[in-house]
Design a protein around this ligand. Structure first.
Ligand code: NZQ
Ligand code: ZN
Length: 413
């Protein structure tokens, strides 16, 4: 088990009606004036925004609002939010929404405490030294941003999507009210499930040797998501299933699922699939992050598994109950060909990847890049951003080149 530093300072307030306690929980943290940040209007339509504002009023917390954060949030609105936060002298940024509203809020929180342009952080020209605190009301379990150290922002003018990781990004408070997620459209629910599973897999397939305590947490989180997802698809108001997904989403990305699997001082995971996906949603911000991952992850897996087949066998065993056939134990009299040990491993790993991909597709996620509107001629457009964000060589499970990335994209078309 590798050395690690686990830091998850976010206080999570979880349960039915938690949304109505936002004001008292924000007040308990000592804040007096909030910048509420929200998306394209779902929280207006569902009444969540009104509930949050009412509870802030009751707790004597003042607030100003910034709406209109789009999925794959853009830096221009972040700049607007920084001006507003300064002009209104807020002491906390309060996103009400998903990863897009939260990341916009995190970027505002960093930018308020910086004299230069906030994009400097994302272009790696500056390192943040301070931030306004962020408190979150989560409406979609997916990104894990409510407790993560990440913040991901698009820059349309430069056709880039860049992330920064710093503990300054970790929210101080997360209000997790599963009932807020009853209104999620099936596609967003499914994309969220895909994203949270991907956050665990990025860490599981870090290339580092097994860590049983973390592997059991990781595979347990994934099994819980796989169990709950079809239940919410059948009944969007299934509280228990929604609640399980919400908690998986948080634990999948607060660092718990990577303890001991990272190389100290570096990220706790491989994160190539996230890198490959972020270029898709940089090229076309209409692409939902989780939907991109549903296509990229299986393609990456088929490309790299031979590097550490034992990790795939462990994953297949724990998540799907798939074992390689064993000629000593299994009755293979129906099979004409000889099953070598290599062939048994190959078949078990490919079956595991098929099972994972079929699960994503069963939820309504795409199987191919074509379904996301990406064609062969688009692949070259993804490369400059990938080179900026990941460099010429990247990946820890298997080191890849930009040509390998082209190959993975092509195999996903
Ligand atoms: O914009 P509104 O109208 O609010 O609608 C949203 C949006 O269309 C809708 N929605 C959210 N909650 C809802 C709801 N609709 C009905 N009822 C509700 N309760 O869902 C759509 C997606 O929302 P968004 O916030 O974009 O989703 P998600 O949480 O998946 O966030 C995606 C963003 O997070 C980034 C992604 O790259 C992407 O930009 N990520 C952030 C991470 C982090 N900070 O740690 C890690 C992730 O890997 C990811 O990269
Ligand atoms: Zn993600």
């Amino acid at each position: 088990m590798n050395d690690f530093s686990f830091y998850s300072p976010t206080r999570c307030v979880f349960g039915r009606g938690a949304c109505d306690r936002t004001g008292e929980e924000v007040a308990a943290e000592g804040f007096r004036r909030a910048l509420i940040v929200y998306g394209g209007g779902s929280v207006v339509r569902t009444g969540t925004l009104d509930r949050v504002k009412r509870s802030l009023d009751q707790a004597g917390i003042g607030y100003v609002e910034l709406g209109g954060v789009r999925p794959n949030p853009e830096v221009e609105l972040v700049r607007k939010g920084i001006e507003l936060a300064r002009a209104e002298a807020v002491d906390v940024v309060l996103p009400v929404g998903g990863g897009s509203a939260i990341d916009c809020a995190k970027a505002i929180a960093l930018g308020v405490r910086y004299d230069g342009d906030v994009w400097d952080f994302f272009a790696k020209r500056a390192v943040p030294a301070d931030r306004l605190p962020v408190a979150v009301v989560l409406t979609i379990p997916a990104s894990g941003s409510e407790a993560s150290n990440s913040c991901v922002i698009n820059n349309d003018a430069q056709q880039l999507k860049c992330g920064i990781n710093t503990d300054l990004n970790r929210p101080v408070l997360a209000i997790l009210d599963p009932e807020l997620t009853f209104t999620l459209p099936p596609y967003q629910t499914a994309a969220g499930v895909t994203d949270m599973i991907s956050h665990v897999m990025e860490r599981f397939f870090s290339g580092e040797p097994a860590v049983p305590v973390t592997d059991n947490i990781a595979c347990g989180l994934i099994r819980a998501a796989i169990d709950a997802a079809p239940r919410v698809m059948d009944d969007p108001r299934d509280y228990d299933a929604r609640a399980n997904l919400m908690w998986v989403g948080t634990l999948a990305h607060n660092g718990l699922a990577g303890c001991g699997l990272g190389i100290p001082g570096k990220r706790d995971g491989d994160w190539t699939c996230h890198g490959l996906e972020h270029e898709l949603s940089a090229l076309d911000p209409a692409i939902t992050h989780g939907a991109g991952l549903a296509v990229i992850f299986p393609s990456w897996m088929r490309f790299v598994w031979r590097e550490h087949p034992e990790r795939f066998l462990e994953f297949g065993r724990q998540v799907f109950g798939i074992e390689p056939v064993d000629p000593e134990l299994d009755d293979l009299s129906d099979i004409d060909e000889e099953i070598t040990p290599e062939r048994a491993v190959h078949d078990a790993v490919e079956a595991t990847i098929d099972e994972l991909q079929d699960f994503f597709v069963s939820l309504g996620m795409p199987r191919t890049l074509g379904e996301l509107g990406i064609a062969e001629e688009d692949i070259e457009k993804l490369m400059p951003g990938l080179a900026i964000n990941r460099g010429e060589r990247f990946g820890s499970f298997k080191e890849l080149t930009l040509d390998d990335a082209r190959e993975i994209y092509r195999s996903a078309l």
